[in-house]
Design a protein around this ligand. Structure first.
Ligand SMILES: *Cc1c(COP(=O)(O)O)cnc(C)c1O
Length: 411
């Protein structure tokens, strides 16, 4: 590092986390969720590490992310987890991207695009079993299934998946967990009675993957756990390793007497003769301003030190005490925790949020660097054999962004 802050991502940790998750779930397949730039860890490299660890599916939110993965050469099944009208369905179909549908209208739009492309769309029907976000309610589910099976009979779609999403899997014992499981089983039964023959049925996010074997079905969808994070109380189990270390170097150090006020609003004053150290990152770079005056969230020279006063837009000031300190000293905001540094989980608990929000704040603001065997192995397999039907990966799209996609929109 050259003094600039950096987010160092340990790709070996990602690979090992996925391998451990795979062992944990037994025969269910693992979809590594790499949405939001892999929760701030970098989508392409994280996806590669996850596949090296044994994931056989990738999950994203945006269709564009799925297409970027295909363009980078990933051939495994990729599911776009939100059903989105007026999206680039034709391009997704050509690139063999699995899509979510939660309404008959969206099924019709996607089927229309498939008709023009001349190949069936791979659809996962989403049931809203209690999250209240995407998907069809129990009342609307029969209509969604009927629309999808009609499009399947016409050769326009393949219903390859049935899925739903937990609202409270990170609150163990919450009554909604069992209720959502029951509702999902009923949705599957109804769809299969109507003639659906899905390849995969899936419900479990990371917290459910860690705590509810009865929710595995054919496929689990861990996200944060891939990166060593979890929203369960207390965070992830010790067998998952946080993959991101956020660090920077002091750019300025000065010795001051007791009673010196520090930073905007003078919300801090030195209690003793001490050294103040300046770090070149603030809330613009991702340090929550709510961390102002946090007593134990910074780690340097083997010890925890307080944030002195208000977090600035581009700076944080540390109270370093009387020990040796000089410009260039490394400061770790969070990491895996094994040197005594805080974890993202500890930041989250101190600030009343979840670790996912802590690690994803630095995306695009702090340069990312990578370590781990996988980082050097750009040749790591991008996936196994091509999957059924559509032409995955490769240069399948001579006409990206062509009128196919625009025609699909029904404004
Ligand atoms: C984000 C997400 C996941 C992964 O959730 P985690 O809590 O990070 O494990 C799984 N499924 C869906 C639909 C999601 O949106």
């Amino acid at each position: 590092m050259d003094g600039q802050p950096e987010a160092l991502v340990d790709l070996d940790a990602i690979q090992a986390n996925v391998a451990a998750l795979r062992r944990h779930v037994g025969s269910a397949a693992v979809m590594a969720v790499v949405k939001s730039d892999a929760y701030g860890h970098g989508m392409l490299k994280s996806a590669r590490a996850a596949l090296a660890g044994g994931a056989t599916w990738l999950g994203v939110v945006q269709l564009d992310d799925a297409i970027e993965l295909r363009t980078a050469g990933f051939t495994v099944p990729i599911l776009s987890l939100h059903g989105c009208p007026d999206a680039r369905h034709a391009q997704a179909i050509r690139r063999g991207v699995d899509m979510t549908a939660g309404s008959p209208e969206l099924v019709d739009q996607i089927a229309l695009a498939a008709g023009r492309v001349g190949m069936p769309a791979r659809l996962h029907l989403e049931a809203d079993t209690g999250m209240g976000r995407g998907g069809a309610t129990a009342a609307d589910w029969p209509g969604l299934v009927a629309a999808a099976l009609a499009a399947e009979a016409a050769g326009l779609v393949r219903v390859v998946g049935l899925w739903s999403h937990f609202a409270c899997a990170d609150i163990p014992g919450h009554p909604s967990i069992g209720q959502q499981l029951t509702a999902f089983r009923e949705a599957i039964a109804l769809a299969e009675r109507a003639g659906a023959r899905p390849e995969v049925r899936h419900l479990a996010n990371g917290p459910a993957t860690l705590t509810r074997p009865d929710s595995y079905f054919d496929l689990v969808r861990p996200g944060g756990a891939v990166y060593g994070l979890c929203t369960l109380p207390g965070g992830a189990p010790a067998w998952l390793r946080p993959a991101m270390t956020l660090r920077a170097r002091l750019i300025h150090v000065k010795r001051v007497p007791p009673g010196v006020p520090v930073s905007y609003g003078h919300r801090y004053a030195t209690a003793r003769a001490t050294a103040l150290g300046v770090l070149p990152l603030g809330y613009n770079e991702g340090v929550p301003r709510l961390a102002s005056n946090a007593p134990r969230l910074m780690f340097t020279s083997g010890r925890r030190v307080p944030i002195a006063g208000t977090v600035n837009l581009n700076h944080v000031i540390l109270d370093l005490g009387s020990g040796p300190a000089e410009p260039g000293d490394e400061v770790i905001l969070f990491g895996p925790g094994d040197r005594g540094e805080p974890t993202a989980q500890e930041w989250a608990e101190a600030l009343g949020t979840i670790s996912y929000e802590i690690v994803s704040r630095f995306t695009g603001k702090v340069p990312r660097t990578y370590c781990g065997v996988t980082a050097a192995e750009e040749t790591t397999a991008l996936g196994g054999a091509a999957f059924g039907g559509a032409a995955p990966g490769g240069a399948a799209t001579g006409s990206d962004g062509s009128t196919d996609d625009q025609v699909a929109t029904a404004h």
